[in-house]
Design a protein around this ligand. Structure first.
Ligand code: NAI
Length: 483
């Protein structure tokens, strides 16, 4: 079997060489096609950080094993890491955090074992990167949480949890504040949970989750989260097991999967051959398991765990009174320990199962189809208006434009209601949201909204607008604070 390999930038080539040396010594039955991705490819003028040949190879081979890559700053280009995850629809980011014997942490010293798998949604959320300056003072980021996207990653998490024999699967969210977006994710979680009655499914608000992960990490097993929250929580979990040097990651898609370490290019230590290759090696082991090479993966993992347990370490962790090994020596130490098993938690052979790699047919993209449900109707519109006048004066002007179809319901500023009621203590910025609703229960159409837009634009700059939709009897929009 052949896979694509991109060594990456900074410490990438050093740690990738170390990992491949371990694979070669273990006679891993894989061929490698080295592809051009990363900062130097941006520098050559390829705006997405990869050559067309690299893209072609990865799309043909279906698996990319990559080192960390740097995004050039100030050139307006997007991260090649995020581009790769999104272009190839690797919708689930699986990160496993386990206590590693020999890697001292407050929890290992207290005898509290950690084995947490974070599944982070990998494509949507604010990572869509759809951002705008609405006024010179106001920036907006759009956060996309979709039903098909949420169901896809949550199904993956449940399926993986079932195969792993997990005792608990938890949804981390902030649905108490982001009722529409995180509310949808949470709703999808419990919808899928019904298909897995054998798993204990529950949910925890993300701030509480962080506190509980730090105080009782042993009570968690599989945790599924939206993209940004998952990113933050998984770095927190990396800290629980000894830091970024021990955090592997698998980006799972239906057709293409990407395996990489969580950490970046570590420019401060690049070129010195002192980086810790463990996270990339663990990512590589998850790749081997993914393609079914369980025995080789557990043989190498046992050698790694034995090495760590015997106190062998690179400079970033371990007993500072013992000399550290460099990257190459650390890899050699692992190779020297092939066939050995750690005293604590040896790997019996993986319980993980390969994810099926099905060819994805874009012409029949099932996510385009929405299940038939309750009817949708437009019941109003939020007009985001640039203005530096006071709320009462703004309201009087808006009322003049409401016409016969709309009524002005309220005005808010940064989500807090400032008209018809509000507080003089609310600070205002130069963008208001004037909410107009249908004057009676008659549904509105887009022409009505455009008519209102045209009328208001005689007095104001409209920065943006959002339709207020009702799906069945359910409102598809949030209320302003204080409304
Ligand atoms: P970083 O993860 O590269 O470094 C943070 C700290 O951890 C540094 O002190 C570094 O020396 C240390 N560190 C990281 N990996 C290590 C390892 N294997 N062994 C020993 N020490 C290690 O994060 P930073 O500095 O924020 O980002 C540097 C660059 O990496 C940026 O250009 C960023 O965009 C990129 N990056 C790429 C990622 C990827 O390719 N998936 C992920 C994160 C960042």
């Amino acid at each position: 079997m052949k896979i694509a390999v991109a060594k990456g930038d900074g410490i990438g080539p050093e740690i990738m060489d170390a990992v491949l040396s371990v694979f070669n010594a273990a006679k891993v039955s894989l061929e490698y096609e080295f592809v051009d991705m990363g900062k130097w490819v941006f520098d050559k003028g390829f705006s997405n950080g990869m050559t067309p040949e690299a893209q072609q190879s990865i799309e043909t081979l279906g698996i990319l094993f990559k080192g960390p890559m740097e995004t050039p700053k100030g050139k307006g280009v997007k991260s090649v890491n995020v581009t790769a995850r999104k272009t190839w629809n690797t919708y689930a980011n699986k990160r496993v955090f386990q206590t590693l014997s020999g890697v001292d942490t407050v929890f290992s010293k207290a005898g509290i074992p950690i084995d947490i798998t974070i599944v982070r949604e990998n494509i949507e959320d604010t990572y869509g990167g759809v951002e705008h300056m609405l006024t010179r003072d106001v920036a907006l980021s759009r956060r996309f949480i979709t039903r098909p996207g949420s169901l896809q990653v949550i199904r993956y998490a449940f399926e993986m949890a079932k195969k792993k024999g997990a005792r608990r699967i938890t949804c981390g969210h902030k649905a108490n504040i982001m009722k529409i977006t995180d509310g949808l994710f949470l709703e999808c979680f419990y919808e899928v949970a019904k298909e897995y009655p054998e798993l204990k499914a529950d949910d925890v608000i993300v701030d509480d989750l962080c506190m509980k992960l730090v105080t009782r990490p042993d009570t968690f097993d599989v945790v599924v989260l939206t993209n940004l929250q998952g990113d933050i929580v998984s770095d927190l979990c990396a800290g629980l097991v000894g830091g970024l040097g021990f955090a592997p990651s698998a980006n799972i898609g239906d057709h293409i999967c990407i395996f990489e370490a969580v950490h970046g290019t570590a420019p401060d230590i690049a070129g010195k051959n002192i980086a810790n290759p463990t996270a990339l090696l663990l990512s590589g082991l998850s790749l081997l398991q993914h393609i079914g090479l369980y025995d080789t993966a557990s043989m190498i993992e046992n050698a790694l765990l034995y090495t760590l347990e015997s106190g062998v370490h690179t400079g970033d962790f371990g007993d500072k009174t013992k000399p550290s090994l460099n990257t190459t020596e650390f890899a050699q130490a692992i190779i020297g320990n092939f066939g050995k098993k750690p005293a604590n938690n040896p790997k019996p052979g993986s319980t993980d199962q390969p994810t099926s790699c099905t060819v994805f047919n874009l012409e029949e993209n099932p996510m385009l189809e929405s299940a038939a449900g309750a009817s949708e109707k437009i019941v109003g519109v939020d007009m985001f208006i640039e203005s530096n006048i006071q709320p009462e004066e703004l309201a009087q002007k808006c009322l003049r434009h409401a016409g016969v179809k709309f009524k002005l319901v309220n005005i808010s500023n940064r989500g807090t209601q400032v008209w018809p009621t509000g507080s003089k203590f609310t600070n205002l910025v130069n963008q208001y949201n004037a909410r107009f609703e249908s004057i009676d229960t008659t549904p509105l159409n887009q022409q009505d909204v455009i008519g209102l837009y045209v009328s208001l634009s005689g007095d104001f700059k409209i920065c943006s607008l959002e339709l207020l939709n009702k799906v069945g009897e359910k409102s598809g929009y949030s209320l302003a604070q204080g409304q």
